[in-house]
Design a protein around this ligand. Structure first.
Ligand SMILES: C[S@@+](CC[C@H](N)C(=O)[O-])C[C@H]1O[C@@H](n2cnc3c(N)ncnc32)[C@H](O)[C@@H]1O
Length: 318
């Protein structure tokens, strides 16, 4: 290892002590090349976006609820949630059972407006669920909501009943695995699909390979990868941080042309069950139990056994 890489590793280790967020720690743990590639690509994508934006302004998801940092919430743009709904429409999922594992992106609102028949949302954020319930109350087909913390695993009654599962996990390997494990449990044994929104560069090549390996064992193959499919508006602090990073990733000449970083991006990975799925409960190499950085559900407030089953009675064939 070069001396500069060693210094870089040491500095990142020290800096990571000051961050509780597993995602920040994860990015800091990437090696110098990986980190540079990840940041450079995000900044380059922002440059492209800025170029188009004069004529085509991106709309942000308008929401009254306050984002909860410990839930890793970062809602995507309205264009992105429409793109996800377009994708589901193109794939003929209108009458398939769909599970959205976490929905700060409001995809359920878009699907409800387009008359998707069997949409279920689970989230650990009760206020978000209440908001989504109001926003979808006039839908022809009622959306079903459950208050669930995935760190406690997927409740039994939600296991192996969905044709399609979509999730946008926290962007670090440990938390992503929690979501992934639950997604595998949620899918039906036959002909199911799932969509994982993740920035492959931020995750690192080795981790992506490990995930693909695990999924292959479980009977899922990666059928499509749509780079920079999802776009998320950043707050001022995050934008500034990204701009500062451009001093390490871009030349003086490139920076002089102007760098405005207003968005984060993730890729959309599509997985299809290639054969009858194996029992996928124990295929993860890590058996460690990981818990959220901050406890997600306050037990005295909402006992985990009590789920809000809105509109379940409207579903004929979940
Ligand atoms: C994980 S966040 C989005 C992550 C984001 N793309 C990022 O860059 O980190 C997506 C949704 O998952 C929900 N969520 C987070 N942790 C959860 C958990 N343990 N159980 C259920 N939902 C969770 C959040 O409330 C949010 O609505």
């Amino acid at each position: 290892m070069k001396i500069i890489d060693k210094i870089h590793k040491l500095i990142c280790k020290i800096v990571s002590i000051f961050f509780a967020s597993r995602t920040v720690r994860h990015v800091l743990s990437l090696n110098r090349t990986e980190k540079k590639e990840f940041l450079r690509k995000i900044i380059e994508e922002n440059k492209k976006q800025n170029f188009h934006e004069n004529t085509n302004l991106l709309q942000h998801t308008k929401s009254k609820f306050k984002l909860v940092q410990s839930y890793n919430q970062l809602p995507c743009t309205i264009e992105t949630r429409k793109k996800r709904a377009d994708l589901f429409e193109r794939n003929g999922f209108r009458d398939k059972s769909i599970l959205l594992m976490g929905d700060d992106d409001h995809v359920s609102v878009e699907l409800a407006a387009r008359n998707f028949k069997y949409v279920t949302v689970l989230d650990c954020d009760m206020r978000l669920l209440e908001e989504l319930k109001v926003l979808t109350q006039d839908a022809k087909y009622q959306v079903t909501f459950f208050h669930v913390d995935l760190y406690d695993g997927l409740p039994k009654f939600l296991q192996h009943i969905f044709d399609v599962v979509c999730f946008d996990p926290p962007q670090n390997y440990e938390d992503l695995n929690v979501f992934l494990k639950c997604a595998l449990k949620a899918t039906k044994y036959e002909n199911s699909n799932f969509y994982m929104m993740v920035n492959c560069n931020s995750l690192g090549n080795k981790n992506i390979e490990k995930i693909f390996e695990v999924l292959k064992k479980s009977g899922f193959i990666n059928s499509k990868r749509m780079d920079f499919f999802n776009c998320y508006p950043l707050n001022k602090g995050q934008s500034l941080l990204l701009k500062v990073m451009s001093y390490f990733t871009h030349s003086f000449k490139e920076r002089k042309e102007g760098i405005h970083c207003r968005y984060y991006y993730t890729d959309c990975l599509e997985f299809k069950a290639d054969i009858l799925q194996k029992s996928n409960h124990d295929i993860f190499e890590e058996h460690q139990v990981i818990s959220p950085v901050v406890s997600h559900i306050n037990l005295p407030e909402i006992p985990l056994a009590v789920y809000k089953q809105y509109g379940m009675q409207n579903r004929k064939n979940p």
